[in-house]
Design a protein around this ligand. Structure first.
Ligand SMILES: Nc1nc2c(c(=O)[nH]1)N[C@H]1C(S)=C(S)[C@@H](COP(=O)(O)O)O[C@H]1N2
Ligand SMILES: [Mo]
Length: 536
């Protein structure tokens, strides 16, 4: 009795022949996904119209994702986000949104209001992410979210209305002539195309509007002052085999790593750099005032801690800027202010010991890179560059504040995500040539690459072929010990398979360790090696 109670008291099933024909499952999924696409499209357009450099709902969700999960991805032993991770993240968010939309569509064919609530909830998540995004204003977020939800729900309603219906079971051969079904299908397809075109058009337009790039315009107007010192870049190098990294990396080829899905856009007349925290006289300095200060030009190799042995997340550039010491002296660093924290317009933070900043090494608030105003992706209008420290603890781009605090009182962005608090760059060498895929002919073969140990300098680079003796390489010219050095070994290659290894020794006498460590938590170690095949 008890077990069948449910059946006993069940309401009679509605007569199938009187139930309205429902929208087919596939059509409902499509309607939902298309509506989600339309919603995302108009949200791109809305934020593009509203703010010159403001993020979109999608990019804010991406930023929230990065802030939340970047640390959790440390199993991969990489630090997000490189240039390639960003499109992948955006595509991932879009695909997930479309799938969620499809689900709402499925629900909405029975309970439209529930599907609509789904869209509203999704808009709310976007708005929430937007308000947390340091680059977004609440007004723009609200506007984008409201329009997105309205368009999404309206599109869902319209698409479901015209969608092909599946007749209720007993109803099958009643009224649904093939001609009628065919018309519905065509109407639905037409409506779907309208939704797709609208979604694509509005998001492309929105992105175009946003790319109306105010930093780029400001950059074009900058007249750089003459630096007080020269970068000392050697006029020429003693060797330059094909494939060897140039001594100075051109800006367009310089590696890029940051968490910014949308590069912060700067109204240069409103921008200022604030020196604050544990200082006697905090102050702010405008862009023009910064450029009026005595400046220096220094060649410094920058490396990302995420760089694998043999990786490309390291480059060398000439930086022009104001010595950090000059700004700190003007502010008056207080006793106990043991940490210097750079903070960016998008709220990235990186901190290093005050002692390190003041130990005489090159530490700059840089505003130019290789003779050009800092490129937008590399931190326009100003960034920190501290020789000998990995970027994640030092090289804050889109700088807005330098705060003096104590070492214990604050942890920068990547420190709270499992990376070491101190980040001195380890002595490292990389083989550039021969390339890993190169087909080599026996005979004289250049083996070449770069080696670096910023602030310490490179004393020696050696190459080993298979299990042979370590052979000393020729070294190129350098501007200073803060940069990498090019090296070359002239190898007489014999036919067969060979392993080439390289190792560097810094001027402190320390040889690069062969102990293999991953990038996390404090930088990869080990010797770079390359297997090559030489034909006779
Ligand atoms: N604002 C901001 N600055 C930042 C980062 C960031 O995510 N946001 N990443 C840092 C890291 S991890 C590195 S390695 C360097 C890379 O500088 P580049 O992109 O100019 O090569 O920037 C540093 N400065
Ligand atoms: Mo980095």
């Amino acid at each position: 009795m008890q077990t069948t109670a449910g059946d006993e008291h069940r309401e009679p099933l509605p007569d199938a022949s009187t139930a309205p024909p429902t929208v087919g499952r596939l059509a409902a999924l499509a309607a939902g996904a298309l509506s989600a696409g339309a919603a995302l499209g108009v949200s791109e357009l809305a934020s593009g119209i509203a703010g010159g450099g403001e993020p979109s709902l999608v990019s804010s969700i991406g930023t929230e994702f990065i802030d939340r999960f970047a640390g959790g991805l440390k199993d991969l032993a990489v630090q997000l986000f490189g240039t390639n991770d960003k499109p992948a993240l955006i595509v991932g968010i879009i695909i997930n949104s479309l799938m969620l939309g499809a689900l709402f569509g499925l629900v909405a064919r029975r309970w439209f209001w529930l599907g609509a609530i789904g869209f509203a909830g999704f808009g709310a998540v976007g708005l929430w992410a937007y308000t947390r995004d340091p680059l977004g204003s609440t007004t723009t977020g609200l506007l984008a979210a409201v329009i997105a939800v309205a368009v999404g729900v309206a599109s869902l309603w319209a698409l479901l209305r015209v969608a092909p219906r599946r007749a209720a079971v007993t109803d099958r051969d009643a009224d649904h002539s093939d001609a009628h079904t065919g018309t519905r299908r065509r109407t639905f397809l037409a409506a779907a195309l309208v939704a797709i075109a609208g979604a694509a058009g509005s998001s492309v337009l929105g992105r175009k509007l946003r790319a109306g790039n105010i930093s780029e315009a400001a950059r074009a107007d900058v007249a750089l002052p003459r630096a007080g010192t020269s970068a000392g870049v050697p006029d020429r190098q003693p060797f330059s085999p094909e494939g060897l990294s140039p001594y100075v990396t051109p800006n367009a080829e310089f590696y890029r790593i940051d968490t910014a899905l949308i590069v912060p856009q700067v109204d240069i007349d409103a921008w200022s750099l604030e020196i604050s925290g544990m200082v006697d006289s905090p102050f702010s300095i405008s862009y023009d005032e910064l450029l009026e200060m005595e400046s220096v030009e220094e060649t410094v190799t920058l490396q990302c801690v995420s760089n694998e042995v043999g990786g490309r997340l390291v480059d060398n550039a000439v930086w022009q800027g104001v010595p950090l010491q000059a700004l700190l002296d003007r502010a008056g660093v207080q006793a106990g202010a043991t940490q210097v924290v750079g903070r960016s317009l998008d709220d990235f933070t990186a901190g290093f010991p005050t002692d390190v900043a003041l130990d005489g090494r090159v530490a700059l608030v840089a505003y130019a890179m290789n003779g050009e105003p800092l490129p937008v992706e590399h931190g326009f209008p100003a960034r920190l560059v501290v020789a000998g420290l990995y970027g994640y603890v030092s090289a804050t781009k889109w700088l807005r504040q330098i705060e003096l605090t104590s070492w214990e009182d604050f942890d920068g962005y990547w420190i709270t995500r499992g990376w070491a608090k101190e980040g001195p760059i380890k002595t490292m060498s990389r083989i550039d040539v021969p390339a890993s895929s190169a087909r080599l002919a026996a005979g004289p073969t250049p083996v070449a690459g770069v080696a670096w140990a910023p602030t310490r300098g490179i004393e020696r680079v050696e190459v080993q072929i298979d299990d042979g003796e370590w052979q000393e390489c020729r070294l190129g010219e350098v501007a200073s010990d803060n940069t990498w050095v090019q090296w070359l070994y002239e190898w007489d290659a014999r036919p067969g398979e060979h392993t080439i290894r390289a190792r560097a020794t810094d001027r402190g006498g320390e040889t690069q360790t062969d102990a293999v460590e991953p990038p996390i938590p404090s930088g990869a170690t080990g010797w770079h090696s390359r297997r090559v095949r030489v034909t006779g």
